[in-house]
Design a protein around this ligand. Structure first.
Ligand SMILES: [Zn+2]
Length: 189
């Protein structure tokens, strides 16, 4: 297990499309475990392989109070509705923005045993899945900002009261500790 460096904007790898994984071998398994460690270390709840410099279609997600989820070749196969949500990203540390996301999605992926997983997700899980699959297609959440909206620097008050798919804890150590140790107090927006 290892903590991997997280690539930050404007690194070009974040704009590249990740490639489909053909074989789930030991290197993919090791990468996914390292990504879970990296996500947890950063206090995030999702991470895509591009964010650690690997252009493969692999994401990890861990919602508060849940076990980590590892998804290979994930796809959003249906989306419905729209809602505005606060969002941030480990690769864009220190900022948040309000973006449009679906009310709910149908999602399909492989797990590490090469079994197909199908989920119907809403609220926070839907938001994270859309955010992470976007990463694999080279899309960052600020691409969804309306023209009149801007990324804004995150304040400590907002940091403790809003949900972000993979907003990191790079702001400072105190915030990192707060975020890591008080997940149960975070309510999905
Ligand atoms: Zn992100």
């Amino acid at each position: 297990m290892a903590i991997l460096p997280i690539i930050t904007f404007p690194d070009k790898i974040l704009r590249k499309k990740a490639r489909k994984i053909k074989t789930i071998d030991s290197s993919i398994k090791r990468l996914s475990y390292d990504m879970v460690d990296t996500m947890n270390d950063a206090g995030g709840i999702g991470l895509a392989a591009n964010q650690v410099g690997v252009l493969k279609r692999l994401i990890v997600v861990q919602l508060p109070e849940e076990e980590p989820r590892i998804y290979v070749n994930p796809e959003i196969i249906y989306r419905e509705g729209s809602r505005m949500v606060e969002e941030g990203c480990l690769s864009v540390p220190g900022f948040i923005g309000t973006v449009e996301r679906s009310i709910w999605v149908k999602f399909r992926a492989l797990n590490l045993e090469s079994k197909t997983v199908r989920i119907k997700a809403d609220s926070l899980l839907a938001q994270v899945l859309e955010h992470e699959v976007d990463h694999l297609n080279g899309i960052l959440y600020m691409d969804h900002l309306e023209d009149h909206e801007k990324l804004r620097p995150i304040s400590s008050e907002e940091y403790s009261s809003t949900i972000r798919p993979d907003q990191g804890s790079n702001l400072n150590d105190d915030l990192a500790k707060f975020h890591t140790h008080s997940q149960s107090e975070i309510q999905p927006s």
